[in-house]
Design a protein around this ligand. Structure first.
Ligand code: NAP
Length: 300
């Protein structure tokens, strides 16, 4: 086993600590408490778990948490009315609508109805455009967390070859923009990429965001490369007992760890950073909304 393990849990705890200090300062110096509203439609078990832990951590760093749980058959107009109300609520600085939405709701319409200044997920087309043109934006939490871990481990990323596997709007594309912003030479690979192993073997930085359990083996990895495994896949674990499962990433950890220079584990890598970045984005949004100087180190 050669690679250094990038401890996402520890880096996330440090970031949450910094967020907490900024919240304390905002309260003491400006009388402002940042507030994050999370909207959950329906009863998807994984989404319920995410929303619960987001709410818990929001409160732990001293911010206000507003949870809105709506029935699975909530109409689009009722959801848009709630978002319009949150958009104008001065106590709400960040709005997150938990995805995926039930099928009858238009995801693009819903996301683009959020005030871009409160769009702490960074999915609104205005924020996508601002990020793509290198302007100040709200940056999507998962790729932001990946970037922070890369900078923490590597320092400057300038000139490095980076391969992002996956081209989703929530991970792959914004990840590529962020790496480009840090002057990497970026390749985005996807399901139609020819000879994916050869493409990945060129990379100093590999970000795997595919959603296929343990798809990337160690012999695709250039020796010494830094591997960020975004995947969260639940697989059967008969070794733990009948009906048991475990979480694995998109990379085959055991073979990758032997070749890579550094790698994020699953769990305990990207996952904790995503929530910490959501809290960081809420503080950033709160500072911008109130004309307070933005703290260093909370965004890209
Ligand atoms: P997604 O929307 O399903 O996108 C998956 C991407 O992988 C697509 O671009 C797809 O290519 C590509 N792909 C699929 N099969 C491939 C193959 N055989 N070879 C190369 N590329 C392939 O997924 P996502 O939302 O980006 O999420 C990706 C993973 O990250 C999932 O496991 C998800 O659970 C995890 N995730 C984790 C966090 C976190 O906080 N840790 C946050 C978000 C997502 P095409 O476009 O050509 O179909």
């Amino acid at each position: 086993m050669g690679a250094q393990i990038i401890d996402g849990k520890a880096i996330a705890a440090k970031l949450r600590g910094q967020v907490g200090e900024h919240v304390t300062r905002l309260k003491a110096d400006h009388g402002i408490t940042p507030g994050l509203a999370v909207v959950l439609i329906g009863e998807d078990p994984a989404s319920q778990v995410y929303v619960r832990s987001k709410g818990k951590m929001t409160v732990e760093v001293g911010m206000n948490s507003y949870e809105h749980k709506l029935e699975v058959d909530t109409s689009e107009s009722d959801l848009l009315a709630l978002i319009a109300q949150l958009n104008t609520d001065p106590d709400v600085h960040g709005i997150l609508v938990q995805l995926p939405l039930p099928g009858h709701l238009d995801e693009d319409l819903v996301i683009n109805s959020i005030d871009p200044a409160k769009d702490v997920d960074g999915f609104h087309i205005s924020n996508v455009g601002l990020l793509g043109t290198g302007q100040k934006s709200m940056v999507p939490c998962t790729p932001l967390g990946c970037l922070m871990m890369l900078r923490d481990h590597l320092g400057s990323l300038s000139g490095m070859d980076a391969v992002v596997i996956g081209r989703s709007n929530i991970v792959g594309k914004p990840m590529a923009q962020l790496l480009l912003g840090d002057s990497c030479t970026v390749t985005i690979a996807h399901s139609r990429t020819r000879d994916l192993p050869a493409v990945v073997r060129q990379a100093d930085i590999v970000v795997a965001a595919v959603g296929r359990p343990e798809m990337v083996p160690g012999d695709w990895i250039k020796p010494g490369a830094t591997v960020i495994d975004v995947g969260i896949n639940r697989v059967d674990a008969p070794e733990k007992g009948a009906g048991k499962t475990r979480l694995v990433g998109d990379c085959d950890f055991d073979s990758c760890v032997a070749v890579a220079g550094a790698i994020t584990p699953v769990p305990g890598g990207v996952g904790p950073m995503t929530i910490a970045c959501l809290l960081a984005n809420t503080v950033t949004a709160c500072c911008r909304a109130n004309g307070v100087a933005e703290p260093e180190g909370l965004t890209a």
